[in-house]
Design a protein around this ligand. Structure first.
Ligand code: UFG
Length: 335
């Protein structure tokens, strides 16, 4: 029988690409997105799209009554570290308050399987590198804190009501696929901002701090191609659908790139000079975040297919418009 999956935030960057992979694998997909940060054009044809909030009890109740949902993939959240420092209430409201209302609606409707998009921002400043799932979670910005609180709520719902979850803690998502790339408004992420300079839309790239305890003084991050992320969600879904117990996984390449290294790589791939301006540190930025993805490799058989250069190349192709938005529906198999 075809399984129906509810994807919240399915009009967003990572969500909409995962939706396409789900369709290719033969799942039936319902997208719930309030379009506050997502794009309706990113939802492929052939998908039931419901414009609405995860905390809209009437809307969510009625969709859960209408469709027989097997699992939920929960992407819908705000995800800017800087914004969360400037406006924490937005993050508590959206990621926690609304998330908890949503969770309660799932419970009332006996939905027992959920995959949650969490973040390495839940770890804060790690004590050991690479970061395994055993690392203490001590977030240093409100964004990471809200993701951690929702993780805790899932754990409680498992203990009290038997909800089974897979928490996926992403490191930095990058790259483009299916004609969809990173298109946040406002854009605060490193790679898309470098491309704005390469495209002549901005004069220079600002580096947020060069006095970190890293090799070149700039922050180091671990990047992961959005298609590799989507693949991990498919594996997690299969795992839960086959009766798996609750689990947590980190997702990254296991390789660190500094802000300067990323700018240099972008310069090389775009063949455009990228003037830089040094500015002070951005509050809430840990110096060094590199994942150990050994657990998901071992337990779910996940393997990254794309390297850093593939991410930058695909994102660059998308940003300069080489890849036109493909809005056609994806041929469905049977599940
Ligand atoms: N940076 C600059 N200049 C800019 C933009 C960013 O120097 O103009 C720096 C940041 O200060 C940071 C690094 O580039 O040191 C990466 O910043 P991003 O904003 O691209 O990404 P973050 O690491 O802050 O956050 C992202 C996601 C989060 C996720 C996190 C995990 O937005 O959702 O990765 O590392 F939790």
């Amino acid at each position: 029988m075809e399984k129906t999956i509810l994807v919240t935030g399915g009009a967003g960057y990572i969500g909409s690409i995962t939706v396409r992979r789900l369709l290719e694998e033969g799942y039936n997909v319902i997208v719930l997105d309030n379009l506050s940060r997502g794009h309706i054009e990113s939802v492929p044809a052939g998908v039931e799209f419901i414009e609405g909030d995860i905390a809209d009890e009437e809307k969510v109740e009625s969709l859960l009554k209408k469709y027989s949902i097997s699992s939920v993939i929960h992407f819908a959240a705000y995800a800017y570290v800087g914004e969360s420092v400037e406006n924490p209430s937005l993050y508590f409201e959206n990621n926690i308050k609304k998330g908890l209302i949503f969770l309660e609606i799932l419970k009332r409707n006996n939905i027992k399987k959920i995959i949650f998009s969490s973040s390495c921002a839940t770890y804060g400043i790690p004590e050991s590198i690479p970061i395994t799932e055993k690392e203490k979670q001590k977030p240093i910005n409100p964004y990471g804190l809200t993701k951690l609180l929702f993780e805790k709520a899932l754990q409680s719902y498992d203990e009290s009501f038997g909800l089974k979850y897979v928490i996926v803690r992403y490191f930095n998502a990058a790259g483009a696929a299916y004609g969809i790339g990173e298109d946040h408004q406002p854009e605060t992420h490193l790679i898309p901002l470098v491309f704005q300079v390469a495209l002549g839309k901005a004069e220079y790239m600002q580096i947020n701090g060069v006095d970190y305890p890293t090799e070149d003084g700039t922050c180091v991050r671990d990047y992961i191609h959005v298609l590799d992320l989507a693949e991990a969600h498919l594996l997690a879904l299969e795992y839960l659908e086959n009766g798996g117990v609750s689990e947590e996984f980190n997702l990254g390449l296991g390789k660190g790139y500094s802000v300067r290294q990323i700018i240099d790589l972008c310069q090389e791939i775009t063949s455009h000079p990228i003037p830089i301006k040094i500015s002070k540190r951005r509050t809430g930025d840990p110096a060094y975040l590199v994942a150990s993805a050994e657990k998901i490799k071992k337990e779910l058989g996940w393997q990254a297919k794309y390297a850093m250069k593939d991410m930058i190349q695909s994102a660059w192709d998308w940003h300069r418009g080489d890849v036109l938005l493909e809005m056609k529906s994806v041929e469905k198999g049977k599940k």
